[in-house]
Every structure is written in C-alpha cells, then in structure tokens.
Design a protein around this ligand. Structure first.
Ligand code: MG
Ligand code: MG
Length: 255
C-alpha cells in the first residue's frame, strides 16, 4: 500500500534528510587511505547520536537477509555494488567507495547514498561515478506530478544503456516514510508511462546502481548481504530521498 505524505510529514522527513546529508559528508571526509570501514561506521554513529536520530539500517532484516544488519551504514568497496558490511578492511589508494545510510528522526526516515574515490582515480572510475550521478539526477527530474514510476525507471535505464553499464536488476529504489522500505518500488529500468502514478506527497528513494563491466546481475557474498558485480568490475551507487510535489521534485537528503 502506498502512503501519500502530508506536507508536515515531508517537512519532518526533510529534517531526517539533513541528518543523512551530514552523515554522508562526515564519512566522506573521514574516508582516507588506511582508514578502516568500521571507523567510518563509528563516524556515522556519532553524527546520529549528536542529532538524536536512530539508524534504520542497524538491526534491519529484509526478507533476503540471513542476519540482522550489524552496522549503521553500508560501505561497498570496488566490485561491491550495495549492502557492504563495514569490517576491518583499510581503504587503499584508488578505491571506489559507496556509502549508503539512513536516519530516523521523530518517526520519519530518510535514505541516501554516495560513491566516491579515495585518493588517485583509476581510468573509468570517475566516468562510472559521474554517469551514475547523472542517472540519479535524470530519475529525480522525471519525478513530477502526472508522470508514473516507469518514467523514473526509464530515465535511469536509458543512461545505463547508453553508457554500456550493467545493473543488479532485482534491486532499486522504493517508497519511504515511517519505514525505510515502503511501496511502491522504483526499478532502475522500465517503460515510460507505466506503473504507479506520481502524486503530490509521494516520497521516494531513487537509487541507480551501475556496473562498469556491462553485465546485468550480481553475486551475493558469503555474508549473505553484500552484492558484488557478476564480473568483478567496479560499481557505483547514488541515492536521494525525494518528494513529488506540485512545485516539482523536492530533494530531502541535502544539507
Ligand atoms: Mg540507501
Ligand atoms: Mg534506499
């Protein structure tokens, strides 16, 4: 069931979104060569504590997961696409690092992700990240009253196709509000003009995830959570929580 949010609810989600933006900024600044992924999780926890917010990731157990998620952020490095569990790995020069996080504040949730490079970029990595960001922007631009979910999906999918990138097609964006994952789902590929109609007050997490090697699919790691690219090539993930409004898409997860 899709819940349409009141303007007050969207304002509350905006406050949760500010916390998410602060976490992503702090984690990104902390992510230098030699830093452990668990250190980045500590940075996120500190921002959440300071904001009086909680993590919708910590302890979360969706149907596909074998165990509750043990951290406050996902950190997905290089060929990891999404859902990486922060561990003792130390960042290296040239790593492609995807950080995904959420915050719950006063009962309302926001969810966003960013991918960046630590140190010196390798050939192709900047383009992969920039193209994924461009797909996120195109998806957001399509999130207007009168459009449908398929218009968002098609806008994202067209950019992947044009660039020759693959996707883990079973995973994509989602409705969001009191809970991190709500209806409707927002696939990263689809047909324009199809799917749920976009109305004022619909809150969505839009999140393209692109695989440099061009194959669609993924491989699940032994931890049961981390999705790796099927061919070992690098991947990028970008996400914002937005609201569809009469005045156009409103991005909630910015500072
Ligand atoms: Mg997310
Ligand atoms: Mg999400």
């Amino acid at each position: 069931m899709v819940e349409i949010k009141s303007d007050d609810a969207l304002d509350a989600m905006r406050e949760a979104g500010r916390v998410v933006a602060r976490i992503l900024d702090a984690v990104r600044r902390a992510a230098t060569v030699g830093v452990r992924l668990t250190d980045l999780d500590e940075v996120a926890r500190a921002v959440l504590r300071e904001a009086g917010a909680s993590s919708p990731f910590l302890g979360y157990r969706p149907p596909f997961a074998p165990t509750p998620f043990p951290a406050s952020i996902c950190v997905s490095v290089n060929d990891a696409i999404v859902h990486g569990i922060p561990d003792g790995y130390r960042l290296r020069d040239g790593d492609v690092v995807g950080v995904d996080c959420g915050a719950k504040l006063d009962g309302w949730t926001a969810d966003a992700a960013v991918t960046f490079i630590v140190g010196t970029p390798r050939p192709g990595d900047v383009e992969l990240i920039d193209t994924t960001r461009r797909a996120l922007e195109a998806g957001i631009a399509a999130a207007t009253v009168g459009n449908r979910i398929g218009d968002i999906s098609a806008a994202i999918g067209a950019i992947a196709e044009e660039a020759g990138y693959g996707m883990p097609r079973d995973f994509g964006g989602h409705g969001i509000g009191r809970h991190m994952h709500e209806d409707p789902s927002v696939p990263n590929h689809g047909r324009p003009g199809r799917g749920y109609p976009l109305r004022h007050g619909l809150a969505l997490a839009i999140e393209p995830m692109f695989i440099a090697g061009g194959k669609n699919g993924y491989r699940v790691a032994g931890d049961g959570w981390t999705l790796h690219s099927p061919d070992g090539s690098r991947a990028a993930h970008m996400e914002h929580t937005i609201a569809v409004t009469e005045d156009g898409p409103r991005v909630l997860t910015v500072p």
